[in-house]
Design a protein around this ligand. Structure first.
Ligand code: DGL
Length: 269
């Protein structure tokens, strides 16, 4: 294992880019490979068995490319596949749920925490379990927001449609007196200004993906896997199972990097 080997990030689409953005900021020396399974996005409404199968396909693809560590930058996949994958591969693997839950407990003053995520993540109750295991008295209100991911994937996250959908979807969270809201889907930070506006300034938003980069940094130290080669030509490469054009447009805008290398690949044949 060489420290120069890239870190792998996987997601059902562009959501994991919100994790990569934070990784580029905190760990600029690391080489990065990203795979978004855009052709089969969203994962949220799919049965757990299928999400596990797709997550394995992505994992194997990036392991074959020689990654030194894997970040499952997708809550839906973390909820159902993290434990299995962690147990069966011989590189370190982290997901996004534990770091998000930990950050929420740190931020909340009142113990009233909200979680928004995909249908799969909410159904798994993974956040509730993580939160309550550490702090049994915490009150958790979860809400599935299945309309958010398609808005982000179609690059409409700044549009008036996005504002309307977010406002309508979050109505059940009104009058719950939440002081902290976990963005329990890595696509949601792209809608964060709109979500914050609807929830009000007093509610602290937790970006579970960005929090994961703190854990990633700790793991690199723990396993002595940091890339120390400062003169290395950095690799930052993106694969998608969908259209590279749409992926590139969103990635350019979100990561603010021009001329990203985006390559189309197939996973299911
Ligand atoms: N970005 C993903 C997550 O964090 C998955 C969204 C989806 O494909 O439904 O859950």
């Amino acid at each position: 294992m060489s420290n120069k080997q890239p870190i792998g990030f996987i997601d059902s689409g562009v959501g994991g880019l919100t994790v990569v953005k934070e990784a580029l900021r905190q760990l600029p020396n690391e080489n990065i490979l990203y795979l978004g399974d855009t052709a089969r996005c969203p994962y949220g409404p799919r049965p757990a068995e299928q999400v596990i199968e797709f997550t394995w396909q992505m994992t194997r693809f990036l392991i074959d490319q020689g990654i030194k560590l894997l970040v499952i930058a997708c809550n839906t996949a973390t909820a159902v596949a993290l434990e299995e994958i962690k147990a069966q591969v011989d590189i370190p693997v982290i997901g996004v749920i534990q770091p998000g839950a930990r950050a929420a407990l740190k931020a909340s003053q009142t113990g009233k925490v909200g979680v928004i995520g995909t249908l799969g993540t909410v159904k798994s109750m993974s956040y509730e379990k993580e939160l309550k295991e550490k702090s049994p008295t915490v009150s958790v209100t979860s809400l599935a927001c299945p309309k958010f991911v398609p808005i982000v994937e179609s690059n409409q996250f700044l549009s008036p449609v996005a504002k309307k959908v977010v406002a309508e979807t979050l109505v059940p969270l009104h009058n719950k007196y939440l002081d902290t809201l976990i963005l329990g889907c890595t696509h949601y930070p792209l809608l964060r200004p709109i979500i914050q506006n609807v929830m009000g300034k007093k509610v602290t938003m937790i970006d579970s993906g960005a929090e994961t980069v703190n854990d990633l940094s700790t793991l690199l130290d723990y396993f002595d896997l940091n890339n120390y080669d400062l003169n290395d030509n950095k690799i930052c490469k993106f694969y998608t199972t969908g259209s590279p054009k749409m992926f590139q447009e969103i990635a350019d805008e979100w990561l603010d990097i021009r001329d990203l290398i985006v390559e189309h690949i197939s996973l299911d044949d």
